[in-house]
Design a protein around this ligand. Structure first.
Ligand code: SF4
Length: 363
């Protein structure tokens, strides 16, 4: 089956929601075509990726999913957390994202029963991250899974949901989920992670929905992406994290854009991200509670960047040092296979190769 992103590229036709179309129109009328606000929306959805390779079975983490695991919808990389891909669809298609390349899927209730049972059996697990696609566009499936977790998996203390629905189509949110989240919050912690890449995305329908979620006990945090011509300036990032702070959306990761074939036009260099994060961290412009962690999504997992993390720089490829250990991976997930980009150091820790991006030349 042709992936959605292949169809978008072939037809040169972005897939957005009418809400995103209206947001772009609003940016145009209020700020003009050359404005950071207009570009911040436009380049997330309306710039078509260059034609890439076959990414239908790619995942953000290339190595974690043995074929039998992929069929269960479970990804197991870390000791305490398991990831469940609920559905492949999203309210709008972000053109820099790998998800649009997936074969379309939606987990059946029978599969969700299996997921809940597998999660309950794994004594290491404390958290389940439900993602996709966007779980909030399948509210009945999401509710079914959360109910099963509440019934069967007392080891789970955190349910985390990754979504962009509040900024892509807030009116599509199913309000019956609020009662479920409120009830679930009495026995575990419900968290919603949103990717919010530009402050202009924080319009009134979106902020109202975030306040409603907070009102029923949901904890909100951000996982944003550094994108060329969207938010790759200190000024835009400072305003974004300042606004998130006062919406009580905790800053979590600021990801360097995932290396995917055809998406080079969205990727800055890793070093540009370091430049921005050092300003956010040490300028005094932001509250200390508003500062994100800058991270790479590598083939062996997420890596926060610190001084000394880049141990070799070959221009287009960086060697990144991590504290991940192959022995731990195999203990948590015996089917784990180290990808070709990973290597084991003398002390058992892992290095990984990471494709760098290229900055625009100064205009
Ligand atoms: S909403 Fe999230 S998962 Fe969906 S296309 Fe955008 S970044 Fe990818």
């Amino acid at each position: 089956m042709a992936s959605l992103m292949k169809s978008i590229i072939d037809k040169n036709q972005p897939k957005t929601s009418s809400y995103v179309d209206q947001l772009l129109e609003l940016a145009l009328r209020a700020h003009g075509e050359d404005s950071p606000e207009y570009r911040g929306i436009y380049h997330q959805y309306y710039t078509i990726p260059d034609r890439g390779g076959d990414l239908s079975n790619a995942r953000h983490f290339q190595a974690e999913v043995a074929p039998e695991q992929a069929k269960t919808g479970l990804e197991r990389m870390y000791r305490r957390v398991v990831v469940v891909d609920l559905v492949s669809a999203c309210a709008a298609e972000c053109s820099y994202c790998v998800r649009g390349y997936y074969d379309r899927f939606s987990l059946s209730n029978a599969k969700l029963d299996e997921v809940a049972d597998a999660v309950a059996r794994d004594h290491h697990l404390r958290e389940i991250l439900i993602t996709g696609g966007d779980p909030l566009i399948a509210p009945r499936k999401l509710a079914y899974l959360i109910e099963r977790i509440l019934e069967r998996a007392p080891n789970i203390r955190y349910v985390r949901i990754g979504t962009r629905l509040p900024i892509q189509d807030p009116e599509r949110f199913d309000p019956t989920l609020l009662a479920l989240f409120e009830r679930a919050s009495k026995s575990l912690r419900v968290e919603i992670a949103s990717q919010i890449n530009h402050p202009f995305e924080l319009q009134e329908p979106t902020t109202t929905l975030y306040r409603s979620l907070r009102g029923v006990g949901v904890n909100l945090y951000s996982q944003n992406v550094l994108l060329k011509r969207v938010n790759d300036t200190v000024e835009t990032m400072t305003e974004l994290y300042d606004q998130l702070r006062y919406l009580e959306i905790a800053p979590h990761y600021l990801f360097h854009a995932v290396p995917l074939k055809g998406t080079e036009k969205y990727r800055t260099s890793v070093q540009k991200g370091l430049h921005i994060i050092s300003h956010l961290s040490s300028s005094g412009l932001l509250s200390g509670r508003a500062k994100p962690q800058y991270a790479l999504i590598t083939d062996i997992g997420k890596v926060n960047l610190y001084h000394g993390s880049i141990v070799a720089d070959k221009g287009s490829t960086l060697r990144i040092r991590t504290s991940y250990r192959l022995a731990d991976r195999l203990a948590w997930n015996p089917s784990y296979i180290l990808p070709a980009t990973g290597s084991v150091n003398h002390d058992g820790t892992l290095d990984v190769l990471y494709p760098n991006g290229v900055d625009d030349t100064e205009e």
